[in-house]
Design a protein. Structure first.
Length: 306
């Protein structure tokens, strides 16, 4: 039986989740991220999640909201579902203890494991002919996506359409980081973050053979050009964040160690339509990029999926 009811969403529809989910979401490939965001959209974050609730996501809705072709939406729905079905949220330390109290898990301060992995979904089903995906969240994930308002939990609020339309991993993760700070401090549109913390948030790292973290883009000018500037351009073009300024906050010797981000969120002005024209950099950034590109030519662009 074909699903004909469109999702009840608009350009102001928001998705919310506890901050503990941010790192997991940032690591998800684009198709899985889009499936997760679509599933979060109909949830009333103020109320408990209805036990046993099943979420249906149509390829037609995904194509319309993410501004992608129907064929790509069908492909990403299936691919994203498979990835999300195998994905977990990993908790450590106090996060494990807090969840243990909420869900009556056999852990406390005396026997806390180093890490606790939780499945995000119980099951995911894809119907090719009907063009939709169905999923059910696990009981353990419910405290991270529902009953958020009025508690001490810190959570991130994002606009659904903006989240769906960002096609770069770094753009999506930087948008989430800015929205996390905006959600926590509504009257403070700036934050300071170390370079390593920023790269952790953006998942700009790999692991060596011994499992040690190796951060990408060790040279700040390359990191600024290839990650920050490109991400900022896409965020300004496709989301309600109309301004993002980045300045050096602290140096250790000649090396940049901390950055300050200033931003303006214009939810009331956000049309949801986006702007296909390229966002111009400031004169200072343009001059910097021109000279830097001569010295260190950028690599050929990778093909984007979405």
């Amino acid at each position: 039986m074909r699903l004909k009811v469109m999702m009840d969403v608009n350009k102001k529809t928001k998705i919310r989740h506890r901050n503990e989910l941010n790192h997991t979401l940032a690591q998800l490939p684009l198709p899985a991220k889009r499936v997760m965001y679509m599933a979060l959209a109909p949830i009333d974050s103020k109320e408990p999640l209805e036990r046993g609730r099943i979420f249906n996501i149509r390829a037609e809705d995904l194509a319309s909201l993410a501004k992608i072709t129907p064929s790509l939406a069908y492909r990403q729905l299936k691919e994203g579902g498979k990835i999300l079905g195998a994905s977990k949220i990993s908790l450590r330390g106090d996060d494990i203890i807090a969840l243990a109290k909420e869900l009556n898990l056999p852990f406390n301060s005396k026997n806390t494991p180093d890490e606790l992995d939780l499945n995000i979904t119980e099951w995911i089903a894809y119907s090719k002919d009907e063009g939709y995906l169905s999923l059910k969240f696990t009981r353990t994930i419910e405290p991270y996506i529902s009953s958020l308002i009025g508690k001490k939990n810190k959570f991130t609020t994002q606009l659904l359409t903006a989240s769906l339309r960002l096609s770069s991993q770094y753009s999506s993760s930087l948008y989430q980081l800015i929205r996390k700070n905006y959600s926590s401090f509504k009257k403070k549109n700036s934050f300071v973050i170390s370079i390593e913390e920023l790269k952790d948030e953006l998942i700009a790292y790999t692991f060596d053979g011994d499992g040690n973290t190796e951060y990408k883009y060790p040279e700040f000018p390359i990191f600024k050009r290839d990650v920050l500037n490109k991400s900022i351009a896409e965020i300004k073009k496709k989301t309600e964040i109309s301004f993002i300024g980045v300045s050096v906050f602290e140096k250790e010797g000649r090396k940049v160690s901390k950055l300050q981000f200033d931003f303006i969120v214009d939810e009331d002005e956000f049309s949801g339509n986006g702007d296909d024209s390229l966002t111009a950099f400031s004169e200072e950034d343009s001059a910097f990029l021109k000279e830097f590109d001569k010295a260190v030519p950028p690599k050929k662009s990778e093909v984007k999926h979405g």
